[in-house]
Design a binder for this molecule. Structure first.
Ligand code: HEC
Length: 281
């Protein structure tokens, strides 16, 4: 059947259908992207992802990729800046650093009973000014702080009646640095002038001695006299030696012996310098 206004050669519905199909195909065709608005290639995305992950790994490693000991030759020691080491806060004389730490511990732990002037309070708390046990053997003093004291104190008098002095480490919150600091503080404050430093090493020894006690609870004069009239083991520390005020450790003790040891067990790589010249440092 043909429409009256159509030419006979166009009559075939094939042509019309083809035109309709092509028009529909053109409609479905994606528009040609304008330059600059093409979507990012999946490879670029993958490369960015990889870069981000490896950057994260490097940051997470916090500089471990830079291993000083691998990069510099054996036995090489950095010269510390004048008057200090290159790690930690500026060093302080041992006595000052231990006293500062001790003052903090005293103010948080001991002050309520023994008072700010160390003179104690009436029949409740004894004075530590001139106390034979605070100024005497360090092991006995440390056992009193770590475990408390019940019954007569050094003068034979009994304070705080039935309760005595409680352990000052009952909640395990005392660190060796705290014990060393507070013992040094008591021995060199309130008019006490013992002049020595109770070191962190000595305090560590005190903790292990205390852990091995056969008695439990507060110490008594019997236990102290029978077992603890001793000084704590450990090398004395010159009160003027420079220490890290946080760790209370001598500042150069770490690098120097390590370097010396490293030098000793390495065969020298460079030939011995000719007589009259000095080896490069
Ligand atoms: C809750 C109160 C209390 C606190 C806190 C306390 N003490 Fe005591 N301390 C006492 C009492 C009480 C005695 C005496 C105990 C007795 O007579 O049995 C004593 C005795 C001592 C003695 C023995 C003195 C001597 O000459 O016999 C020393 C040393 C001592 N205290 C140090 C300290 C230190 C250091 C701290 C802080 C780390 C501390 N005490 C915290 C109550 C306390």
């Amino acid at each position: 059947m043909s429409l009256p206004n159509q030419k006979p050669e166009l009559e075939g519905t094939d042509i019309q259908r083809r035109a309709a199909r092509e028009a529909a195909a053109c409609g479905r065709e994606k528009p040609i992207a304008k330059p600059g608005s093409a979507p990012i290639s999946v490879w670029v995305l993958a490369a960015c992802g990889l870069a981000a992950v490896s950057a994260g790994a490097i940051l997470g490693g916090a500089g471990k990729g830079f291993d000083y000991n691998k990069i510099f030759r054996d036995g090489y020691v950095r010269t510390p800046p004048p008057g200090g080491s290159d790690e930690g806060p500026p060093p302080k004389a041992a006595m000052d650093a231990y006293m500062a730490r001790g003052k903090k511990v005293w103010s948080s732990k001991c002050i309520t009973c023994h008072q700010a002037d160390g003179k104690g309070q009436g029949d409740n708390f004894p004075s530590l000014v001139g106390s034979a046990w605070a100024l005497g053997e360090t092991e006995r003093f440390s056992m009193i702080v770590l475990n408390g004291l019940h019954g007569p104190m050094s003068t034979g008098k009994i304070y705080s009646g039935a309760s005595g002095m409680p352990s000052q480490n009952a909640t395990n919150d005392l660190k060796p640095e705290d014990l060393a600091g507070v013992m040094t503080y008591v021995r060199n404050n309130f008019g006490n002038t013992k002049g020595d430093v109770v070191t962190v090493d000595m305090a560590k020894a005190a903790f292990s001695i205390s852990a091995k006690r056969t008695k439990t609870g507060q110490t008594t004069v019997e236990e102290l006299t029978a077992e603890h009239v001793k000084d704590l083991p450990g090398k004395p520390l010159d009160p003027k030696a420079m220490v890290n005020p946080l760790t209370l450790m001598p500042v150069f003790a770490k690098t120097a012996p390590d370097a010396a040891a490293a030098k000793k067990d390495k065969t020298p790589e460079a030939p011995a310098p000719a007589a009259g010249t000095t080896a490069p440092k």
